[in-house]
Design a protein around this ligand. Structure first.
Ligand code: ARG
Length: 468
């Protein structure tokens, strides 16, 4: 049986083939098949390097490259057939190249280990995928900028209550609120760009852990693969998964920002708030309650952060305490990474669609954002402008609010009686909003200036991602 069965890469060392339980437990082909394109790119660079160094004859290089092209076609068309001993995608590709190219194929792995090979492929994958995520995040930033423009930044722009502790605190421009989420996501894209810069290092040529006696040129191979640099230390090259942990952190923080948008939409679309209505394409119904329209995208943006956090913790736990250099534990880097990339990609798309098609009720927001005690601090600051120490002004207005017992008209009457009509007129909230003009504040002129800076930030992020 062992003779005819497909052989492991290490069959020479073993008297018998592997037990089925070993294959079932240790295989990664079922998920690292997603790396096929990247493995083939890495293998091309390696084989070209072997040719350049004179380690492989030109004919062998040609035969291997042709076989790699063929294998790429097989993966792309879905016709690639794995065998049980293809424990991972790297093994599968080498096995198939050897079937196609014969003895030339058997030379492909010269000077290489799966330890540098698998992490080369994974870095190539991250470089492509994290960039795609970042670009979609920037797209969502654009959507939020557009929503801010639609909400308006003139003196009659839409107003929404700003909250602290989920208690109405001060009125702000709705545009200001949208941009607040936009800045958080812009930082996510920025963070991804920085993580990508650190991921942009080629480990190819580190071998199993110590480099090679063959005249390989890792720097030339790095350039072949378009990496910014080659590794500096072979032990570090095969054991470093910082780029995975960093990508996962970028993804979980972006997911966290999406969850905060989601939570607000859950609140805003409730009957209690009535600030927003979802487009039917981005809402779900109830199987039993005919009247229901639910914000499931928003809820899952919240709910899926659980797995994103889990994925980061899972990889950090694998890395913690691992001795140098490669250990098989490192194979556990992939599934959490794939899952977080998939989850955040889908979440960004769905949230983008949900927010960009929602209808916002300016009236409901305005009713909640003006009148009553929401402008209490404006009255206190009015007193400050007339020489009262802030602490005393706070106490005076606080007492009037308490005496009004939640009755807006009574508060207006009390303020008018004690401080005069000018002070009472501030209670509509609009006046105070218009006067919040300092840098980064929520009033119209400040928000217009902020909007310009926001557009500049997005343009600079685009330039950062534009050059590859
Ligand atoms: N599938 C493995 C991984 O992803 C490849 C490397 C295996 N190396 C080894 N020496 N067993 O980490």
């Amino acid at each position: 049986m062992a003779d005819r069965a497909p052989r492991t890469l290490w069959h020479g060392r073993m008297a018998s083939g592997p037990d089925e339980s070993l294959l079932a437990f240790t295989e990664s082909f079922s998920f690292d098949i997603r790396l096929w394109r990247d493995d083939i790119d890495g293998s091309r660079a390696h084989v070209e390097g072997l040719g350049q160094a004179g380690i492989l004859a030109g004919a062998d290089v040609g035969a291997i490259l042709a076989a790699l092209d063929r294998v790429a076609d097989e993966f792309a068309s879905g016709s690639f057939v794995p065998v049980p001993t293809d424990e991972d995608v790297h093994t599968a590709i080498e096995r198939r190249v050897t079937e196609l190219a014969g003895s030339a194929g058997a030379r492909m792995h010269t000077g290489r280990s799966r330890n540098d090979q698998c992490v080369t492929a994974l870095r190539l994958w991250v470089r492509r995928e994290l960039r795609e995520v970042a670009e979609s995040v920037i797209g969502l930033c654009d959507t939020l900028g557009r929503l801010a423009d639609e909400a308006g930044t003139d003196d009659d722009g839409a107003v929404v209550p700003g909250y602290t502790h989920v208690q109405r605190a001060q009125p702000v421009l709705l545009a200001h609120h949208f941009l607040a989420h936009g800045w958080a996501l812009a930082r996510d894209a920025d963070r991804m760009a920085e993580a990508l810069a650190r991921a942009d290092v080629s480990p190819l040529g580190a071998g199993a852990l110590a480099g090679s006696t063959l005249p390989l040129d890792p720097v030339a191979n790095a350039a072949r693969l378009g990496f910014a640099a080659a590794f500096d230390n072979s032990l570090d090259a095969v054991s470093d998964r910082d780029f995975v942990a960093e990508a996962l952190f970028c993804l979980v923080l972006a997911g966290t920002h999406l969850s905060r948008i989601g939570e607000e939409f859950v609140l805003w679309t409730s009957s209690e708030f009535g600030f927003a209505v979802l487009d039917d394409r981005y809402a779900t119904g109830s199987s039993m309650l005919p009247q229901k329209k639910n914000a499931d995208i928003a809820e899952l943006a919240r709910g899926k952060v659980g797995r994103l956090i889990g994925n980061l913790v899972s990889v950090l736990t694998v890395l913690k305490g691992l001795p140098l250099a490669y250990n098989r534990d490192l194979q556990e880097d992939k599934e959490p990474l794939f899952d977080s990339v998939d989850t955040v990609k889908r979440a960004v798309r769905a949230i983008d669609g949900m927010v960009s098609t929602a209808t916002f009720s300016r009236d409901a927001m305005a009713r909640a954002a003006v009148g009553g005690a929401i402008a209490a601090v404006d009255v206190a600051e009015w007193l400050v402008a007339r020489g009262t120490p802030f602490r005393d002004a706070h106490a005076v207005v606080g007492r009037l609010v308490r005496e009004s017992a939640g009755d807006d008209e009574r508060l207006a009457a009390l303020v008018a009686a004690e401080l005069g009509e000018d002070a009472a007129s501030l209670l509509d909230g609009r006046q105070g909003l218009l006067r919040r003009t300092s840098h980064g504040a929520s009033g119209p002129s400040a928000v217009r200036a902020q909007r310009v800076r926001y557009a500049e930030r997005l343009a600079s992020l685009r330039r950062r991602f534009g050059d590859r």
